[in-house]
Design a protein around this ligand. Structure first.
Ligand code: FAD
Ligand code: NAP
Length: 552
């Protein structure tokens, strides 16, 4: 392997593919490369595989997509040999599952752990990428798969005095894994009430002496799926995993079976709508109470119904009123799921501080100072989220054709085609990233779909004697417009402050980053490109070299 060389020659390839990240997408990409006969190396800044499920080891962390769907389907043995203990499994079980898959697929040996990829530089003359790591390695490859995740770059705390706190401080996004965090009998403050806060608060409430929750924006919270797996469902799934995978790809969210109300909103009278809402609530899919739940009128009815259900679960009227999201419609922000979150506020040791009324002013050695009081604390838990979707890519120093940096190319927000490739950055692939169904789909299904598409693209290049490809600027414009077109159809998607559009990070350009056209439509669009011979891309001739670049 090379050590920080700058004199890369065309033939000095260390491996065909470098994969960065060892979560759902990275593990599968490593395996897939081997299956296609490509040499591959992986880098992961964590000490083990798991990605999201390695880092987010906070109490209460679990998936909210049913585990029998939130899993791989590429290998029948994996499907048949792994048993999930719960419909929505917990963090450690999902982490162990990913470890099991990585070992079974024999990819862990290809990964260099505890190593951050710091930069990636494209050489136009050779058509190769040089990847530089925190371990002082420079690895030259033809294809670069940045499986760095959408929710892997924690948001830096943007509160004055964070460093001055004298007690213990934890982030849900990098919770200690090497030791138990003992919160028993302590005064704990949690900042943030997104999904991570909603999952961790009830667990912390059980052990803390006092728990003070600092909430800026209330979120929708609906019942979660839970309980043992349905053995019939598991049996059916194991009979033909390939068929299940195809079924998942044919759905809107890469996920099934979901209850969808059979009736259209306008075909029902008031009583019928109420009945439909209750039925969907009991089926734990209240957002899909109507066949046409996406209509603004249907969405308004769903939002109002959830607000009422939330309000009645909390005993204290002021607290109930604060916990209900009055300011945005259901789906404008990422909704949360829990059966125990709201009830936690009925405990005598739990108190809500409403930051819209009394904002945090600063953190001091003894605790948190708001405009109304100083809250003394032993522990602060930051459930403050992520620099989502584009954040992990911005954190890398990526330089493409003619030295153009990704950070410049994405200065006004991410641009790409089909959510995976960026003009000016040939053979660089970005699974789980911007403008794919990503965080609004079952991301395990997405990881498999995108990695398949990436390696089918590479196989196509080989078969057609092409050294590489990147999308044309026109394709990127088309995809940006498509993303916006679908986002406009979703009530509140563009008007609500959310990490979907970068509003959670001070100074981040506001740019809607999730493709809401549906997994099925996305999948079809990817493979239509392949079948068309990549008409929306610029193809590099067999011997690489951008000087002879041609447009297809
Ligand atoms: P990740 O799992 O994020 O893995 C990316 C890896 O890349 C990380 O391990 C990171 O350390 C590594 N990395 C990043 N940058 C570098 C670098 N420069 N150098 C080296 N390594 C790097 N999705 C669902 O569909 N259903 C759910 O129920 C669900 N629950 C979630 C719960 C939590 C708490 C969170 C945070 C997310 C959840 N998600 C869920 C989204 C989840 O992120 C995806 O489902 C999925 O795990 C993403 O897999 P990935 O491989 O794309 O990325
Ligand atoms: P998040 O949804 O972005 O929530 C962060 C919370 O911190 C918000 O309530 C935010 O308030 C608050 N916050 C941030 N900075 C603050 C500040 N300076 N002062 C006060 N409050 C501040 O992050 P997350 O909860 O980690 O979840 C991120 C995503 O991960 C989820 O949306 C979901 O996709 C995924 N996830 C899924 C699950 C699951 O159930 N499977 C669990 C956890 C995470 P504002 O809203 O006002 O900014």
């Amino acid at each position: 392997m090379n050590s920080m060389r700058d004199d890369i020659k065309g033939s000095d390839i260390d491996c065909d593919v470098v994969v960065v990240g060892a979560g759902f997408a990275g593990i599968y990409a490593l395996w897939k490369a081997g299956q296609r006969g490509l040499s591959v190396r992986g880098f992961e800044r964590g000490s083990a595989v798991g990605g999201t499920w390695y880092w987010n080891a906070y109490p209460g962390a679990r998936c909210d997509v049913a585990s029998y769907n939130y899993a791989y389907f590429f290998d029948s043995d994996v499907v048949r040999e792994w048993d999930w203990s719960d419909v929505c499994s917990g963090q450690d079980e999902i982490r162990r599952y990913l470890q099991f898959v990585a070992e079974k697929c024999d990819v862990t040996g290809q990964i260099t752990f505890d190593t951050r990829v710091e930069s990636a530089t494209y050489d136009k003359a050779t058509g190769l990428w040089t990847v530089r790591t925190s371990g002082d390695e420079a690895v030259v490859c033809r294809y670069l798969v940045l499986a760095v995740g959408a929710l892997s770059e924690p948001k830096a705390p943007d509160i004055e005095g964070v460093e001055s706190f004298a007690g213990e401080a934890y982030f849900t996004s990098s919770w200690p894994r090497d030791r138990d965090v003992d919160l028993a009998g302590k005064r704990v403050g949690v900042i943030g009430t997104g999904s991570s806060g909603v999952q961790s608060i009830p667990e912390i409430a059980k052990v803390a002496r006092d728990l003070v929750v600092f909430q800026r924006t209330a979120n929708f919270v609906t019942p979660t799926l839970s309980g043992p797996m349905d053995p019939e469902r598991v049996r059916a799934m194991r009979q033909d995993p390939e068929a299940v995978r195809n079924e998942l790809r044919a759905t809107y969210g890469g996920n099934q079976p979901l209850y969808i109300g059979p009736d259209r909103f306008h075909d029902l009278d008031e009583a019928g709508r109420e009945k439909a809402l209750w039925r969907a609530w009991e089926e734990r899919e209240v957002a899909l109470a109507f066949w046409d739940s996406h209509l603004p009128e249907a969405n308004a009815a769903i939002s109002e119904f959830i607000r009422q259900r939330m309000h009645e679960q909390v005993t204290d009227p002021w607290t109930a009123n604060q916990l209900v999201p009055w300011d945005h419609p259901y789906g404008g922000k990422r909704p949360c799921m829990s059966d125990v979150y709201l009830q936690a506020y009925n405990r005598p040791n739990v108190r809500l501080v409403a930051l819209r009324e009394t904002p945090i002013e600063r953190i001091v050695p003894e605790g948190i100072v708001t405009s109304a009081e100083t809250v003394p604390l032993d522990v602060i838990v930051y459930a403050t989220g992520f620099d989502a979707i584009s954040g992990p890519v911005h954190a890398l120093n990526i330089s493409g054709i003619d030295g153009v940096s990704m950070n410049d190319a994405w200065a006004d927000g991410p641009v790409n085609y089909l959510g995976t490739m960026v003009h000016g950055f040939p053979n660089l692939f970005l699974p789980s990233s911007a403008m794919s169904p990503s965080v609004l789909s079952n991301m395990a299904t997405l990881a498999e779909q995108q990695v398949d598409f990436i390696f089918d693209t590479i196989s196509w290049l080989d078969a057609h004697d092409r050294a590489g490809l990147h999308p044309s600027p026109g394709s990127q414009e088309f995809w940006r417009d498509e993303t916006l077109r679908y986002a406009k159809r979703v009530p509140g998607a563009l008007s609500t402050d959310s990490w979907y559009n970068g509003a959670n990070i001070p100074g981040k350009p506001r740019h809607y980053m999730v493709y809401r056209g549906g997994f099925n439509r996305y999948h079809a669009a990817c493979y239509a490109e392949l079948e068309s011979g990549f008409k929306g891309y610029e193809l590099l001739p067999g011997n690489a070299g951008h000087d002879q670049r041609e447009s297809a």
